[in-house]
Ligand binder design. Structure first.
Ligand code: SF4
Length: 642
């Protein structure tokens, strides 16, 4: 939910645009042009920063990554490219597989592979490249090959785009980088890179990938010969594709590095003002793209820092070799160490969050004295955050899935949030419980077991389990064991990409939150005939509500911060009452829900706790303890036998 704050602008033309943004009305091409034309840079930044905060709280993401450019030999000669050379040229290089592997380390989380279009490398070499990396570095996720490369493989090796992607996916590729199209303008393409694929093929490749569960990024190269109108049109095309597939993870504006390209004089870099405007306009126009990246290698670390208050919420990564930008004269240092990235993000007044390729948080690094409050990124939690704005500067908000919040609460890096009931049980000696949380008496519609079998036939079956919440897993276990007498089964952790991809290997699948809601609204998952609402099952069995989450604050949080957090929660609940459709509209739209469906869904939850919820929590604890005493709570990934 975007802040309802009214801003005063130096440029009055920004006021109606801000009204549209905060009321969830999409910006038009004319709005985009007006944003670029405005000289109220600070006003633009404030708007974009509010939108970024509504999506990512105070979090700014980075990843421990390494870029690999296995060769600079390319069959094409794009005019702006200072990287590629022809085979046989004295600058040409071609890495062996061993050389590529020697660049990687086990503590990396991402390898980003792009290269020239090599004239003679065989298809098997690309497959081996991905497979070997994944085999030798299982923790490293492979983000590889632009749409230009995928299309080149398709033509050269006579395979469809889908077949190319399927074979790469089977070898270990999980996401795709967003380059290759530069700017989606036919005029620019003809002028600068007429042999390269156009926008249509670029989108065809990405749509194919998204439909297969392969997420991707999308870049925009700006600051060469493109017009402002072409930049806005580029953004609108991205927005349109995202409406269809929801597969883009981030948008990355890339400032053009003139180098020796001859397109501009060598030192004619984009201005810092143009860079900041482009970040801010991207954030405002692309309402459906989750993240905007300030790509520090091309922006410089200094401008990237300011960009974190102009709508960007991602700093990219630690990056190893960046030959493409370097060869064209990028002025950033080659490597920013993790510590440096963290201090840049702190300097920007934000919360550094180390992530994987899908933006799942791996670690967070709050500045000393900061109280981190978790924001549950599900529709059912919107009423808590509608007016959640503690006045203290050292309270920072981070969107975290329930299981991630539980892990950080145990580590002591997050101090408050709606803890999953099971996680609260594990930290109750260090956290105080508030009288707020998420409970339901009846169906919750967002904790669903999709099954090929009835309950009692799940004996000996393989159940795919979301890793998002420990309470839902334990609830399923209690229902299987205690209600339905099923004592033999296997819980298998679902990989995030699998939720969109291939579930047919499982006999049943447990989904929670928005993913469950989306599939439930669609009437279920094809191939799974049964759909069980776990909360509904519990409530009809126990005649009690079910409590999913409990708001709690660490005992060592200063009293002033505790008071602020509690007041802010109370304000949010009071102001959201009676306005559920309005406050959940934007989130509901992403799930395909209209106002009436959003209102009905949110009305099912109890956000304040009373006697019934206390009794329900005690009952759940009693059932779970009894399973534990009988050694029935083995971790996910292990079979459990009678
Ligand atoms: S931009 Fe890509 S396709 Fe074009 S010459 Fe450079 S490496 Fe080759």
């Amino acid at each position: 939910m975007i802040s309802s704050k009214a801003f005063t602008f130096r440029d009055n033309s920004l006021s109606p645009i801000w009204d549209k943004v905060r009321n969830g009305v999409r910006l038009t091409k004319e709005d985009g042009l007006a944003l670029y034309a405005s000289d109220d840079l600070i006003g633009l930044g404030r708007m974009a920063n509010e939108v970024a905060r509504s999506k990512s709280g105070d979090s700014v993401y980075f990843v421990l990554n390494r870029k690999l450019e296995p060769t600079n030999v390319c069959v094409l000669s794009c005019k702006f490219c200072d990287f590629a050379v022809k085979a046989g040229s004295k600058e040409a290089y071609e890495m062996t597989l061993d050389e590529m592997l020697s660049k990687l380390r086990p503590d990396l989380h991402e390898v980003h592979i792009t290269a020239g279009l090599h004239p003679s490398w065989p298809w098997e070499f690309y497959i081996d490249m991905v497979r070997e990396i994944k085999t030798q570095f299982p923790n490293v996720d492979v983000k590889a090959f632009t749409a230009v490369e995928i299309d080149y493989f398709s033509k050269k090796f006579k395979k469809s785009h889908e077949q190319v992607l399927r074979e790469l996916y089977a070898a270990g590729l999980r996401t795709m980088p967003g380059g290759g199209a530069e700017v989606f303008s036919e005029r620019v393409r003809k002028e600068l890179f007429k042999q390269k694929i156009g926008a249509k093929t670029w989108f065809d490749v990405h749509k194919t990938a998204h439909k297969m569960g392969i997420n991707s990024n999308v870049t925009m190269l700006y600051g060469h010969i493109e017009t402002i109108e072409e930049r806005i049109e580029h953004m609108l095309r991205v927005r349109e594709c995202q409406d269809e597939t929801n597969g883009f993870l981030s948008f990355i504006p890339l400032a053009f590095q003139p180098g020796n390209t001859g397109i501009k004089t060598r030192n004619d870099f984009t201005s810092a003002i143009d860079d900041l405007k482009t970040i801010a306009v991207s954030r405002l126009m692309l309402d459906n793209v989750p993240h905007i990246k300030a790509y520090w290698v091309m922006l410089t670390a200094e401008v990237a820092t300011i960009a974190l208050n102009f709508g960007a919420d991602d700093m990219d990564g630690t990056v190893g070799e960046e030959r493409i930008a370097h060869d064209a004269g990028a002025i950033s240092p080659m490597e920013l160490a993790k510590g440096k990235l963290i201090s840049i993000i702190h300097e920007a007044g934000k919360l550094p969050v180390e992530r994987d390729v899908w933006y799942n948080p791996i670690e967070i690094y709050p500045a000393k004295g900061t109280t981190v409050v978790s924001k549950m990124p599900y529709l059912n939690s919107v009423p808590f955050y509608h007016e959640f704005a503690p006045a203290l500067k050292n309270i920072e908000v981070a969107p975290l899935m329930p299981s991630v919040l539980g892990r950080f609460a145990r580590l002591g890096t997050v101090s408050a949030g709606p803890l999953s009931l099971r996680d609260f049980m594990s930290v109750s000696d260090r956290f105080d419980r508030l009288e707020y949380g998420i409970a339901v008496k009846g169906n919750a519609h967002s904790v669903l077991l999709f099954s090929k079998y009835g309950w009692s036939d799940l004996k000996g079956k393989r159940i795919g389990i979301t890793s998002e919440s420990s309470t839902s897993i334990e609830l399923l276990r209690i229902l299987l064991e205690k209600r339905h007498g099923v004592h033999e089964y296997e819980f298998v952790k679902l990989h995030p990409a699998q939720i969109q991809n291939n579930l047919s290997d499982y006999d049943a699948v447990l989904l929670i939150g928005d993913e469950a809601l989306r599939n439930g609204e669609l009437g279920g998952i094809p191939g799974f005939d049964q759909m069980y609402d776990l909360a509904g099952e519990w409530c009809s069995w126990k005649e009690l509500p079910f409590v999913f989450a409990v708001w709690a604050i660490a005992k060592d949080v200063p009293a002033e911060a505790k008071t602020q957090i509690t007041h802010s929660l109370e304000n949010s609940l009071v102001s959201s009452a009676g306005h559920y459709a309005e406050i959940g509209r934007e989130h509901g739209k992403r799930l395909g829900m209209d106002d009436a469906a959003v209102d009905a869904y949110l009305q099912t939850f109890r956000y304040r706790f009373g006697i019934d919820e206390h009794a329900a929590m005690a009952e759940f604890e009693m059932e779970w303890e009894s399973l534990k005493r009988n050694n029935r709570t083995v971790p996910v990934g292990h079979s459990i036998a009678a």
